[in-house]
Design a protein around this ligand. Structure first.
Ligand code: K1U
Ligand code: ZN
Length: 169
């Protein structure tokens, strides 16, 4: 297994649109444990392939307290959403230290392939539903700060660039 580098906002590569995974082959089966290890090490509850510069539709999630219930969704598609939405506090491993509210569907149904390539359906609510929506946004090149006002977003962009400059010095 290997730790992967997580892209940091405002890296333009975070805005690439991911392509479908063509086959759940050895390459994907090797990428999944690396993504899970990277997510656990960063203390995240989710990670999209886009964030590790792989532009294919693959996400990993673990919202369990014990951090022992990994969920792997390959080529995920949302097939149903509740009418109700909620404002939820979100963070992002690609935008460290920034937390803000995003409106998300309360409940969703998702179809995907699992890490063995088997078709699955996941019904989610609560933090899992929020996390799946956040990760699926990454796959279309959308970072959660894009839901915020241009003023907030520009402040965050400047803060991230300053932190990255200081880190490089
Ligand atoms: O996509 C990512 O960068 C992972 C992100 C997922 C996420 C967190 C919170 C709401 C929606 C999506 C994170 O894991 S951020 C760090 C984190 O562990 C966390 C932050 C806030 C609440 C719960 C967890
Ligand atoms: Zn994120």
């Amino acid at each position: 297994m290997a730790l992967l580098t997580i892209l940091c906002y405002p890296d333009p590569k975070l805005h690439k649109v991911a392509k479908p995974v063509p086959a759940v082959d050895a390459r994907i089966k090797a990428l999944v444990p690396d993504m899970l290890e990277t997510m656990y090490e960063a203390k995240g509850i989710g990670l999209a392939a886009t964030q590790v510069d792989v532009h294919e539709r693959l996400i990993v999630i673990d919202t369990s307290e014990e951090r022992n219930q990994p969920l792997v969704l390959i080529n995920p598609e949302i097939t149903w959403t509740s009418a109700a939405t909620h404002l939820n506090e979100e963070g992002c491993l690609s935008v460290p230290g920034i937390y803000d509210g995003v409106q998300r569907f309360d409940e969703i149904r998702v179809t995907a392939l699992d890490r063995q390539g088997k078709a699955i359906t996941v019904e989610a609510d609560g933090l899992l539903a929020v996390c799946i929506q956040h990760e699926m946004d990454h796959l279309i090149g959308k970072v959660f700060v894009e839901y915020l006002s241009p003023l907030k977003r520009n402040r965050i962009k400047k803060k991230m660039l300053k932190a990255q400059r200081e880190e490089a010095d």
